[in-house]
Design a protein around this ligand. Structure first.
Ligand code: SAM
Length: 222
């Protein structure tokens, strides 16, 4: 049970999505075998849709793991994107770099080793898209830097925001996850109750939030 949506719904939607081949299929098998968490099938499809609509030139990703989502994003954009992805686990960084090299995407994807918060502090420049997929207990702490680094038309996508349903339901919440739940709620409240931002929370996968700046709407009308 995912706790986010009905199991039958999740299963039906997943069955509609064609299987990947090549490097993505290989990485999915590796992740499954080695219990590395990577984005879920429907989340991947959603990201691909946003990428196809927005065609971002620069993406910042928080949480590389084995490089699956950054490779998927780059392949979706035919390698015509500059992705910076942050990972603090040395071993993961090694594996991700090997996978990126194997996919021939070294010129598109750069892995930065370290803690997201510290590395983001040192980053300058503007990103067209930020994909937050690391450190569920820190999304609220990452937010100020994400907003600083997000360009005015940029889109901020956060994964796992409903965290197996625990964020929305006391019955599903476990005591061990109380800090993550509290902080994730704080993140969702921050992005939902800010007049300058527009946020949609989607009960898909483990819960996705999509945030943009409100003035994007008016600036497009000018
Ligand atoms: N985005 C990846 C994908 O779908 O292929 C999966 C990322 S996995 C869910 C989260 C990763 O974030 C883990 O590899 C973990 O080591 C890393 N991580 C967690 N907290 C972090 C932090 N504060 N700074 C940097 N990396 C972090």
């Amino acid at each position: 049970m995912s706790g986010v949506t009905y199991d039958y719904m999740e299963q039906y939607i997943r069955e509609l999505i064609p299987s990947n081949v090549g490097i993505l299929e290989e990485l999915e098998e590796f992740a499954l075998l080695n219990r590395v968490p990577i984005i879920q099938k429907e989340t991947a499809k959603f990201l691909q849709l946003v990428l196809t609509m927005n065609k971002p030139k620069k993406i910042l990703e928080l949480g590389t793991a084995i490089g699956y989502s950054s490779i998927l994003m780059s392949l979706t954009l035919n390698g015509l994107v500059e992705i910076t992805t942050i990972e603090r686990d040395k071993e993961m960084v090694k594996i991700a770099n090997k996978n990126i090299e194997k996919s021939g995407l070294q010129s598109s994807i750069t892995v930065l080793e370290g803690d997201c918060l510290e590395i983001m502090e040192s980053l300058q420049g503007q990103y067209d898209m930020i994909f937050m997929d690391a450190g569920k207990a820190h999304y609220n702490h990452f937010l100020p830097n994400c907003l600083r680094l997000l360009n005015k038309d940029g889109v901020l996508i956060a994964d796992n925001v409903l965290f197996r349903g625990m964020v929305a339901s006391k019955e599903l919440a476990t005591r061990r996850k109380v800090t993550i739940i509290k902080r994730m709620k704080s993140y969702l409240e921050l992005v939902s109750n800010n007049d300058e931002l527009i946020t949609s929370v989607i009960p898909m996968g483990d819960g996705i939030s999509v945030t943009m700046r409100v003035n994007t709407l008016s600036s497009k009308e000018e």
